[in-house]
Design a protein around this ligand. Structure first.
Ligand SMILES: Nc1ncnc2c1ncn2[C@@H]1O[C@H](COP(=O)(O)OP(=O)(O)O)[C@@H](O)[C@H]1O
Ligand SMILES: [Mg+2]
Length: 226
């Protein structure tokens, strides 16, 4: 079976300082891998490079069958659509409803005029409501994103990845701004969604206790010698 994510010998330096030094990791479908490391060890840099939001200096990145390191332009945008994102700083459109944010997961498949008109195909709307129900937010479908709690906003981002039918979810410290109870329930949800949808999840964390409790496997990031 094709891995959700395969990374080989990834290198990235900023101003001559090496942040990623031949970094490799695999994430299989349905697997929740925690990227564990203290601040400054390159977790955010790695996740940005994987989605090609930053360009690595060397190495190979495969998301499903897409060779991310070789792509640009439209092919890169299509490949990026395979990836769901959950960030520490909630990455929703703040003034839009939870439902509309989830529906943006379908954007690549929906024609532009429908988006401008705010009209999505009925099947997409059904999928979005089902995803909101799965993450426990059906009652909040029409609430503006910026009026949801931090934990609820992360759940909306997870619902968006479900309707997007992502094969890989990249989560960058998704629970760093949450209280302990909300943090645990968001991580439990990520783990369960990974299994249910055969989605690989790579999730950076800085708390070893949470990584050990929720992850199938832990990948440790160490400070690079430079
Ligand atoms: N855009 C950038 N320009 C220069 N240095 C950067 C940039 N992004 C990250 N770095 C540096 O790379 C190192 C790793 O940062 P980061 O990936 O944010 O680590 P983490 O997410 O584990 O805290 C840090 O030393 C940081 O200062
Ligand atoms: Mg970071």
């Amino acid at each position: 079976m094709t891995a959700s994510l395969r990374v080989r010998d990834l290198c990235k330096s900023y101003d001559g300082v090496r942040v990623l030094d031949r970094f490799s990791v695999d994430v299989e479908p349905g697997e929740f891998v925690a990227l564990l490391g203290p601040s400054g060890t390159g977790k955010t840099t790695l996740l940005r490079c994987l989605a090609r939001l930053a360009d690595p200096d060397a190495g190979e990145i495969y998301v499903g069958s897409h060779a991310m390191h070789l792509l640009s332009g439209r092919a890169l945008r299509v490949a990026r659509h395979e990836i769901g994102f959950v960030f520490q700083q909630f990455n929703l459109v703040r003034r839009r409803s939870a439902l509309e944010n989830v529906l943006t997961g379908r954007l690549a498949d929906v024609s532009l005029w429908r988006v401008i008109a705010g009209r999505f195909p009925e099947a997409d709307c059904r999928a979005a409501f089902a995803a909101l129900e799965r993450v426990g937010l059906l009652d909040y479908a029409f609430q503006r994103a910026d009026q949801l709690s931090g934990g609820q906003q992360q759940r909306v981002a997870i619902a968006r990845a479900i309707v997007q039918r992502s094969h890989l979810m990249l989560a960058d410290e998704p629970v760093a701004s949450l209280d302990p109870a909300a943090a645990e329930s968001v991580l439990a949800l990520l783990r369960d969604i990974a299994r249910e949808h055969r989605m690989g999840v790579l999730c950076s964390l800085h708390q070893p206790v949470l990584a050990e409790r929720f992850a199938d496997r832990i990948c440790e990031m160490r400070p690079s010698p430079g």
